[in-house]
Design a protein around this ligand. Structure first.
Ligand SMILES: NC(=O)c1ccc[n+]([C@@H]2O[C@H](COP(=O)([O-])OP(=O)(O)OC[C@H]3O[C@@H](n4cnc5c(N)ncnc54)[C@H](OP(=O)(O)O)[C@@H]3O)[C@@H](O)[C@H]2O)c1
Length: 231
């Protein structure tokens, strides 16, 4: 699969890029600067021995079938508004947590209740043609960038995924290629809960001295059990 990452030069994006490229996907690292995107792809390819990474500007990264948005919330609206024509008809995976620095350990609901709901409203204004509608999926809020880039180690957490039916199932499958278990968490409205958990995890990290606490879902049928999958 071809996956584009808007803001793929950053902490979370580069870990996703490396893990997906290691799994055999073609990954395009996007940046506000085509030179920065290309340089990051060269750097990561050399460091991790990868052959399916490339880098360019953010519109170029939107040439992929599935596009991940990985920029700080401060740049969320502006980035999506500018890239809207490039995202028509695609799956947009929004991993944004609407943190409000410096109080990042306290839940902050943005005006639209969740960054991903705001993304849906920006990308699918009233009257948008069906073929141009963007399927927004929200996920990855609870996976620390420090774990993602540590590619020789499995990540001990589940990945909660919500969004448009069909699209979110494809993303659940892509999460498996990152080495984690994706969990179907229903419609995009549930992004309010998913995004709100991250400040809680950031609080737990500080309280317990963890480099990146994660989430585990228990009680699923055996075929979906984390114990069975890891054994
Ligand atoms: N870090 C984590 O552990 C983590 C975990 C879960 C979710 N997230 C979410 O993932 C997203 C990315 O996090 P991150 O830690 O990777 O962020 P980051 O490293 O601070 O930024 C990612 C990239 O976004 C671009 N960028 C920065 N400011 C921007 C702006 N105002 N407008 C447009 N682009 C901008 C930059 O790329 P260029 O300068 O090359 O354009 C930067 O490399 C955030 O929404 C965050 O909430 C992060």
């Amino acid at each position: 699969m071809k996956i584009g990452i808007i803001g793929g030069t950053g902490k979370e994006g580069r870990g996703l890029a490396v893990r997906w490229a290691k799994a055999g996907h073609h990954v395009i690292i996007g940046s506000r600067s085509a030179e920065r995107g290309a340089a990051k792809a060269v750097e990561l390819s050399e460091r991790f021995g990868l052959t399916t990474l490339s880098g360019t500007d953010n519109p170029g990264a939107c040439a992929a079938e599935i596009v991940v948005l990985s920029v700080p919330y401060a740049g969320h609206r502006q980035t999506l508004t500018a890239l809207r024509p490039h995202l028509a008809g695609k799956i947009l995976v929004d991993i944004t947590v609407p943190l409000r620095p410096p109080k990042v350990r306290k839940v902050h609901l943005p005006e639209g209740k969740a960054a991903a709901l705001e993304a849906g409203a920006i990308l699918n204004p009233p009257g948008a043609a069906e073929a141009e509608r963007v399927a927004v999926v929200a996920t990855m809020h609870h996976v620390s960038s420090s774990h993602l880039i540590d590619v020789d180690h499995a990540i001990d957490c589940d990945v909660l995924v919500c969004g448009k039916k069909g699209a979110r199932q494809r993303v659940v499958e892509l999460v498996a290629d990152l080495g984690m278990r994706g969990i179907d968490c229903g419609p995009l409205a549930n992004a309010v809960a998913l995004e709100s958990l991250t400040p809680v995890l950031l609080y737990i990290n500080k309280a317990y001295g963890s480099p990146g606490a994660g989430i585990r879902i228990t009680g699923l049928p055996a075929s979906h059990s984390a114990v069975e999958e890891s054994s």
